[in-house]
Design a protein around this ligand. Sequence first.
Ligand code: FES
Length: 175
Amino acid sequence: MVTLLNTVEDAAARAICSAHNDRPDELLEILHEVQAGTGYLSDEALRTIAFALNITRADIHGVVSFYHDYKRSPPARQTIKICRAEACQAVGANDLIAQAQKIFGVPLNAGGADIALEAAYCLGNCALGPAVMIDEQLYGRVSMKGLQKLSMKHFEGSKAKAVQTKELTSKESKS
Ligand code: FES
């Protein structure tokens, strides 16, 4: 039996494990459901799951780190996914990613409190690359200028708006 060293239990994670009869072979589903509720997998949640399923935390960490869809920190206020699969790479996705990192000031796949940039591997919009997803909304043939405009639409009042406004204003004043 695994010892629960820290007694702080995640009640939601406990309920989800119970709904799965604490079955270790349902670990992936349990992790997905816990993450769907909170947006990420906290230390408390992982500890609770390990205890309930009677598996080691090392086992869970191995699974969580293998699948990059599992998040270990709270989600950013807004997430921009840019496809870097083959078809989108062929039409400039890597350039778009490089520019987006500079403009938004966040590295790729690093999380962030306000904005997170994530690489995606096919968003199902291959004929219209580079493809971008913001707040689960899909866009195609996105240029950097287009991405800034889309971000302004999605990120009212955020750091992104301030950055984009500055960028667009400086570009407009040059033209
Ligand atoms: S390759 Fe980018 S959407 Fe499919």
